[in-house]
Design a protein around this ligand. Structure first.
Ligand code: LLP
Length: 417
């Protein structure tokens, strides 16, 4: 049975009716499936088999601690980009020695905490960061394991906002400059070189760009070996795409088989940092139709979910499927723009969708488990949605809906005159 399916005419997550969840918890609401998270994670580990590996789920994709905990119980490592993400992973029971720390702007205090808890590796993104990490490690009397995130100048052929492996992007160290920076790393105190890291972008549907990047990384590894620098692991980042509409992304199995075939005899430990391919199709966003507004040129369904809840359509013109929880036979089918209550023209979750709608209907925005809630804001003083995890026939509230009072609880008035 697929994870999200119609059963007796009602859309379910596993064995739980989404209509019942909308009633019980209210809308807007994020709903995740434990089984889907586990299945998507295991696609990586099954394909890696006994090859030395670490699958570090990219926390940024969905950082709810229940999600992290489900993956930690599967043995996942984690890819983090901030102190906040580090603390979430620890709170969720993630193991520090399976954490890789990415990101271009790591601060000294973040490095110190990561060294204290003993993360597996820092993915260093600049020479300046290398120097700072060395001095923080020396001050603490610790050793930092590092890899350099190299920028292989490969076109990931994805949306420009989520493409990261081109020379013009802010990420990583130019691969042509990497031998020199590795030599520097080898000379700095407090650092031990562990690997090479790259991440070229997100929502890649083809394997080709990954293999192009791998080719360049392997050439670098040979070059380093000639310099007397040996590497234990290759971190190939995240980026595998998912199906939102009619994309046909490579499967984790095919991708990993291709990587293994290319790496061949040299059994470097392989690290992956998948986010979207684990979380996106493990979640949906539920939103209720407040009003139907039928204008001469356009029909709008005004819904209670908005760009502050799910910004991907507004930010990247992303298309996500929108399905009714229950099919309405009596309402007329029309082409609707699904728009939220936020005061921005860009506030839409879908445009020109053929749907039979009535006020009060609940819709599911599919593939919303990654880069959904995590990118939510409080714009228009809207509290962020609640989050629920379904597990078989059970459901658990894993984040309460934000109360209005909490939205300005950290603000203060000026002293009275
Ligand atoms: N590793 C690094 C260093 C990353 O920057 C990212 C994502 C990942 C791993 C995980 O990539 P994934 O497997 O999820 O593609 N908000 C955008 C996506 C931004 C991705 C940022 N980096 C979206 O909603 O499409």
């Amino acid at each position: 049975m697929s994870i999200f399916s119609y059963q007796n005419g009602v859309l379910h997550a596993e064995q739980v009716s989404l209509a019942a969840l909308a009633e019980h918890y209210g809308t807007p609401l994020y709903v995740y499936s434990r089984a889907a998270l586990e299945q998507h994670f295991r696609a990586y580990t099954d394909a890696l088999g006994d090859w030395p590996h670490l699958v570090c789920y990219a926390v940024k994709a969905n950082s709810n601690i229940a999600v992290l905990n489900v993956l930690a119980r599967q043995g996942a490592g984690f890819d983090i980009v901030s102190l906040g993400e580090l603390e979430r992973v620890l709170a969720a029971g993630g193991e520090p020695h399976k954490i890789v720390f990415s990101g271009v702007g790591k601060q000294a205090a973040e490095m110190a905490r990561a060294l204290d808890v003993g993360v597996y590796c820092f993915n260093v993104e600049s020479e300046a960061e290398l120097e700072r990490l060395s001095s923080v490690a020396v001050q603490l009397g610790k050793t930092a394991h590092i890899s350099l995130r190299v920028n292989p100048d490969v076109d990931a052929q994805t949306h420009p906002y989520i493409s990261t492996g081109l020379k013009e992007n802010k990420f990583g160290i130019d691969i042509n400059d990497a031998p020199r920076v590795y030599a520097k790393a080898a000379s700095l105190p407090g650092l031990v070189i562990k690997g090479v890291d790259c991440h070229i972008g997100s929502q890649l549907t083809e394997i080709r760009p990954f293999l192009d990047a791998l080719e360049r990384v392997l050439a670098l590894v040979d070059n380093l070996a000639a310099q007397g620098i040996s590497i234990e692991h290759l971190d190939l980042g995240g980026g595998l795409g998912v199906q939102y509409r009619d994309e046909q992304p490579a499967s984790a199995g095919d991708y990993i088989a291709a990587v293994k075939a290319r790496v061949g005899e040299r059994r470097f430990k392989l690290i992956f940092e998948p986010g979207r391919s684990i979380a996106a199709n493990a979640g949906v966003f539920l939103t209720r139709v407040e009003y139907l507004k039928l204008n001469e040129h356009k029909n709008f369904a005004i819904i209670d979910g908005a760009m502050n809840d799910l910004i991907r359509p507004a930010l990247y013109s992303a298309w996500q499927d929108i399905r009714p929880l229950q099919q309405h036979s009596d309402a007329p089918r029309r082409s609707y723009d699904l728009v939220g209550p936020v005061c921005e023209t860009g506030d839409f979750l879908g445009k020109n969708r053929e749907l039979a709608l009535a006020e009060g209907d609940v819709l599911a925005v599919m593939s919303a488990g990654a880069y959904g809630f995590v990118m939510a804001s409080n714009y228009n003083t809207r509290g962020r949605a609640a989050e629920v995890m379904v597990d078989g026939a059970q459901h658990h509230l894993v984040r309460e809906r934000e109360s209005i009072a909490s939205l300005f609880a950290n603000e203060t008035l000026l002293p009275s005159d």
